[in-house]
Design a protein. Sequence first.
Length: 708
Amino acid sequence: MKWVWLVTLVVVTEATTDDQSTPGIDQLNEILNNTTTTLCQYIKCQEPVKAADCPIGTFYQQRVAQFGCCGACVRFKQKNDTECTGSIDPKFGGGYSSMTPDLLDPEASSDPVNNTLVSSWCDFFLNCTEEGVCQPDNSDHGCRYVQDQYDSDLDEFPFYKVDFRWRPSCTPEGLYTEKQCKGPYSNKRRVWELQQEGVTSVTLHCQENGNYEPLQCEDDWCYCMDPDTALPYGSSFPDAMKEHLPCYNKTVTGEQYLRRCESQYHAEHLLATHIQRKGVYPPSTLLNCDDDGSFGGLQHDLDGLVVMALIVMQVVGLLGMADVRTVSAPVDFGIAKLNELIRRDDQSLCLYISCQEPLHADDCPEDTIYMEGVAQFGCCGACVQFRQIGEKCTGSIDPEYGGGYTNDVGGSITKPSDRNVVASSWCNYHLYCKSNMCQLDWEKSSCLNTQMLYDEAVAGINGETYVHFRDDYRWRPQCTVEGDFAPKQCKGPIGEQRRVWELQQQGVTSVTLHCQENGNYEPLQCEDEWCYCMDPDTAQPYGSRLPEKATRLLPCYNKTEMGEKYLRRCESQYEAYAELVDLMAFKGVQGPSTLLKCDPDGSYNSKQCDTQMCRCYDKYMDQALSYPSGDGCRCARDRQLYLENKIQLEIKCKVNTGTYEPIQPRGKYAFCVDSDGVRAGPMTSPRYHMLKAKANMKKIIRSKVTKK
């Protein structure tokens, strides 16, 4: 007698679209045709109901919705229903019909009806007649037939009343359940109940008759169970000590409690739980286990959209006879609907995608750009790595050179856990593709051009051609990801940006970090009455953190440089104001405001103002410099610093102000400077600047006369 049938079904399809620029279509085709890629790991299931919540007349089935990746309640046509197109019963060529468009509605509410597959096929043990009507097969006295006769008229059914003193229990497929109860159907298996409650990993073991096995283990603890009464007895032991239980039988149980199928399923479940805790949508397992821990009869493998059905169906006959039925019709897991969805509206596919983004835009690796809609069928964001100078290319992302994404942007996505980076065959911004090679356009002045020329000058490459650039830019400029000049340019290494400035931009009013003149951290730092040591070169703290009163115990403490107190004169005064204002604000009173300004090293700022005017001072505020402040005091402060250190350097400040003159002389030459006194142009003859200044003055006078 043959009980096992093996059916192998291979579904081959291809997703197509008329819009060749749509990201992700190539990757979809690859997934649909590649046996090593799992489509379901990208699908976010829309399941507003549990299995127990399915409406009456439907039954819950896994992996029948959303491209065969998710579960749903399936409703087949019943007796006397019309317009049928087939039957789910294997005897009549059974198989699942395609999904309905209603199920693909992502706006579906929590109403269980919205998670129901409506099939045009008849239910089990119902045949679709030539007239398109679902009718029972009276020639086969199966479980559904017995139920129907039992419910219709007991008087006309004496033969079955003798054999069945109760209404038989049938499986959703119309077969007799393995366990028949002579009363209300309340003695359902505990395993089934737990699964209906949403418990995915159930390790209880059942015998063939549905009773508990003597040894049971849950959550790494084992105990004994009476199979007849379903009551536990004795003590519970850890799984590693289960051999001490009186019900343990090594011959029956073996070394491990978990059997092959459930051991694999349990491991996949634990892995999925661990991944989900990290905020990543885990891939679902397709493994199907029986209640005794062995492999289930029906197994799915969606890696290559291949279905292998190993089906065993046993029907208890009227006189103890058995029958075997097999599913031989093709099983549609939604590939046709997937192709239809892409052709009709490829963007709606994104509503079913759960993005795998383990990092934020700010976490993208260097030389990559975070962009939306470039990964996972064009539905999710990723860090895009474009080609650089000298690399092979097929185009450019820069709009000036016909920018846009090639198909390989979506198709070249790496594993979601691999930094979320996709590679493009297009050149980066401000680069154009010529002869399949990324090149810089030297006819245009850009930040990238300046960076490259600066690097060549520092390396001694073509140094003579960069003299004018080195005069205009005394530091390496910082560029945006698009290759433009960054709004903020720092006149020194990028690692020396001040942390004090960043905190102030965040609204922190009282900042007690100390910076050196070059922008680096001072060795000793204190915040909120706790002090620690900082490496000025690496900006990394080291050693222990001690209260401010124990600062002298830190290895970086230097009494000659630090003094008795950490806070310096200006910031000490400002800190007192800040604490007073906070205390009064806590009591609901507005505190006094202060116009005091401190430098990042804790000394007084060069420009100090009162309610009437501003003046320039030295860093100790002991000496008022002779210049009332207009736009700033940088020139006045630098001039005093040079005098104190006996540095003979000519500096010109604006009359009656502390700011730099825009044109500074150096012997026989002159050059332009910015507000910080840093040269911002090439050295030229002073006469050139004088004539240029006179020309500008004439324009101003002519403009005023014209207005009058």
